[in-house]
Write a protein that binds this ligand. Sequence first.
Ligand SMILES: Nc1ncnc2c1ncn2[C@@H]1O[C@H](COP(=O)(O)OP(=O)(O)OP(=O)(O)O)[C@@H](O)[C@H]1O
Length: 467
Amino acid sequence: MNGDNFSCSELLEIILDNTYEGVVVVNKEAKITKMNRAYKNFLGVKDKDIIGQPVTNIIENTRMHIAVQTGIAEREKIQEIQGQKMVVHRIPMFQNNEVCGAIGINIFEGVSDLYQILDNVSKLVRPSNSPDRCDEDPDESPLTFEPIIGESNLLVECKSMARRAAKTKATVLITGESGTGKELFAKAIYQLSSFADGPFTSVNCAAIPENLLESELFGYEEGAFTGAKRNGKIGKFEQADNGTLFLDEIGDMPIHMQTKILRVLQEKEIEKVGSNKKKKINVRIIAATNQNLEQMVNKGTFRKDLYYRLNVINLNIPPIRERKADLPILITHYLNKFCKEYGFLTKSLTQPAAEKLISYHWPGNVREIINVSERLVTLVEDDMIHFDDLPDDIKQYGFRKPPLLADAHRSLDFKKDKLENEKAMIETVLGRVNGNKSKAAAILGIHRSTLYKKLKRHDDYVEKRRH
Ligand SMILES: Nc1ncnc2c1ncn2[C@@H]1O[C@H](COP(=O)(O)OP(=O)(O)OP(=O)(O)O)[C@@H](O)[C@H]1O
């Protein structure tokens, strides 16, 4: 058969009716103008029942009317129709910069097949003979850098530095504010390193009472002190033998323990409490802190020689406010994750809610994103998260009284931040798709013409700042 024998509309009809996915088209009033054969068969409807009808009367749990209202594409969302969960895309159509309707595409196979595929892939990635080596739930343990979500230039640099660190046996010091992902990076380095066949053991130096820290780290012999267990105890260093010991919150390590740790690093042997025998160990140390160790060294609260020993490779993870391009993907990831965990259909953010979350400064970094996402998923009953649903501290962030003269320049700074964040986000996405503007617009959920306008606005802004 030759496509040339048909008019354009006939050809379109044939293509749509031969597509396995369900396709529905609505006009700007969200009334159905077209539905392909696959979708009609699935719903058990005929053209006469549906054409010209509001889509909400025909398709359960649809959000096509919302895609028309907002002009925002919703891709790979889960929708339940006739008791079956399916993956859907809702893509607004534009004419002369205005929404003129939307196309809905429904992948009938449903999500269970996708989860099956994901399971199969993870089995392939996980070596069959490798035991679950991390202390935590193995599903939470990264096997590669994939669980580290984000594409900002700063995070990509961190990942590449971590990859290089994984190739060496050197001690790594990971610095960064609380919740930025220091432990996640430590695990990723371990997984990719030559110590990956040994265990990953982690110690939070701030959480262990000072008097127990030594026996926790080095273990003790039977009868070492009153209350000591029979047969003694193995310490964290020994547990981590041939693997990696993650010393979290190393800045909280008391100074006398710093001396003992330094000795282990230099001599590569440990001595249990109550013993005078030394034991050789082969452990890779990764330490982390959210404190400024250099300042602590200057104040005399952290040993300079230990600082240099630990800081052979320094990996600094920037806070979220310095890599806002990572926000959309992190927020979407965690909203979807919690929806899945709690058994809800996916929830989406209205534009004002999304903009507010992007402009917020996230002092608790990714941990705060996780908490806020879980809270939104569990507390908001609607499948749309509105501005008013956001926690008060986020809603109120950045709001100022009408600027007094003295404040005016600060308010300008706020606008500048917003523009720069948006610019950074667009540049990241464009980088990911090799500059393809149609793809970038689709990922950003905006129309191509809006993307062009935004790019022009950014160029004008850069030009204006230059003069
Ligand atoms: N880039 C990221 N992508 C996905 N999840 C992340 C990312 N960064 C951090 N997380 C998640 O955020 C939470 C906090 O991360 P993590 O515990 O590694 O932070 P931290 O810097 O070690 O925090 P603290 O200093 O308070 O111990 C974890 O659940 C982690 O999985």
